[in-house]
Design a protein around this ligand. Structure first.
Ligand code: ADP
Length: 443
């Protein structure tokens, strides 16, 4: 209250007004004091001028103090109001406080000290009330903002859900399209491959050297195309969760040796050594041999494709906890660690340009990743640019199949596992062998 205070005294009794003025002056209050005798005048002054405090007699010439207080409060005029009441007017004082007065003082107690104290506390209370009102207002505003933001978020969430729904619909359609197209393409491809093979048989008739060369090219390109189609088909089946593993008990060393011998011509063509180190004590596993072969073909194709000089190794070894590892290592171009994650995503290649040196669909590692997961295994990659890459697949010796129709419990090394009967999966294995048994890049 150090500044000059603007004070208004409203009282019809001039003696009382003088008493207030004298007491405030004596109390040493620095002030600009105005006086009015009636409520109407007081109201019009207060609507245009801001005061720090109003001393208000409870009875005025034209109305009582209560009416003026109500009038002021309903007009949103904010000012501390101290009511000066008659001697025995406590009840009126309570009424006035309820209506919005800040404090009251009996006229009989007007003294410099009392008046100064009431003035100070009224201004303090009033300022505190203003602060509270301000804080409440800010709180209300931020609450409203939160509600608005919440509504906005809900709207965005709904939009996202809608987009998500549309995307998954489109994805289902795309998978369906890929599956249908690749399935349909397989029939003519198989005819092209089959008839080319027949044409190359000597008993069919002698072809000129040039004709035989052309038929061989048709055959190789047909096989390559079929491999691409099969990759797309496998991928769309995996995406739709429609690819099942066909578990059986088999000798994994045999599958590995056979696959490596099928891939050897590719390595030879690039003057690469293809070495196998097999440290398995026990080669019997329960898994899907066709898919194991597919994994190995993909890894070996990549190793040979991305290696210009040096060697490609295949290593098979036992791991603790009845697991085993298949490791394919090369001395090829290597992969930067920033690409490690990316290359396991579908259609992702380190070189995505159309003029890239190495052909491929970018589906091989994505398929391997899904298959290894289905088998309960893990893939580890170590690689250094310009030095080479190592892909390590860890697999349980015995995979767990989700029990599907036709599966029957099978006894393997004294343990109960699920699997198809031998004849059933043998025939399907043969059919599938044709679909996954070609190297991924030879033309
Ligand atoms: P694709 O071989 O058909 O391109 P993959 O999914 O098999 O598709 O591989 C994805 C990418 O990972 C390859 O394009 C290549 O960039 C990288 N890659 C995979 N294997 C190797 C490897 N042994 N050496 C170097 N890069 C590799």
């Amino acid at each position: 209250m150090e500044d000059t205070l603007k004070i208004l005294v409203v009282d019809d009794d001039e003696v009382d007004r003088v008493a207030v003025r004298c007491a405030l002056t004596k109390a040493g209050i620095q002030m600009e004091l105005s006086e009015v005798a009636d409520g109407n005048n007081a109201f019009s002054i207060l609507t245009t001028t801001a005061y720090d405090c109003v001393f208000l007699g409870s009875r005025l010439l034209d109305q009582d103090g209560l009416t003026l207080i109500q009038q002021l409060r309903s007009s949103e005029i904010k000012v501390p109001l101290v009511v000066l009441t008659g001697q025995e007017d406590k009840q009126t004082a309570v009424q006035l406080l309820k209506a919005g007065a800040t404090d009251y003082l009996s006229k009989s107690r007007i003294s410099p000290e009392n008046l100064a104290q009431v003035l100070r506390s009224a201004i303090r209370v009033y300022r505190a009330e203003i602060q509270v009102a301000l804080a409440k207002e800010q709180l209300r505003e931020s609450h409203e903002q939160l509600i608005r933001k919440n509504q906005e978020l809900e709207r965005q969430q709904q939009q996202l859900q809608m987009q998500n729904f549309k995307l998954s619909e489109a994805s289902v359609l795309k998978s369906h399209f890929l599956a249908t197209m690749s399935h349909e393409l397989r029939t003519p491809m198989n005819a092209i491959i089959g008839f080319s093979q027949i044409l190359l048989r000597p008993k069919f008739g002698q072809l000129t050297h040039q004709q035989a060369d052309m038929v061989e090219r048709i055959l190789n390109n047909g096989k390559h195309l079929l491999m691409l189609v099969n990759e797309v088909l496998d991928f769309s089946k995996l995406e739709a969760g429609r690819l099942d593993l066909k578990g059986e008990r088999f000798d994994i060393s045999k599958v590995i040796n056979l696959t490596v011998s099928e891939m050897r011509s590719l390595a030879d063509a690039k003057n690469l050594s293809l070495l196998v180190q097999n440290d398995l004590q026990n080669s019997l596993v329960f898994n899907d041999p066709v898919r194991i072969k597919q994994i190995l073909i993909n890894l070996l194709s990549n190793a040979i494709k991305f290696t210009e000089f040096g060697e490609v190794w295949v290593e098979v070894k036992e791991l603790p906890a009845n697991r085993l590892a298949i490791i394919v290592r090369d001395t090829g171009i290597g992969i930067a660690s920033r690409d490690f994650k990316r290359i396991f995503e579908a259609f992702r290649q380190v070189d995505q340009t159309l003029t890239r040196k190495y052909p491929g669909t970018g589906l091989g590692l994505a398929i391997i990743d899904s298959l290894v997961r289905m088998m309960g295994g893990k893939i580890f990659l170590e690689s250094k640019l310009g030095v080479g890459s190592t892909f390590k697949i860890e697999l349980p010796r015995q995979i767990t199949l989700s029990a599907v129709e036709g599966d029957v419990p099978l006894q393997v090394d004294g343990e109960r596992v699920f699997g198809s009967t031998k004849n059933q999966h043998h025939s399907s294995s043969q059919a599938r062998q044709a679909s996954v048994g070609y190297p991924r890049f030879k033309l």
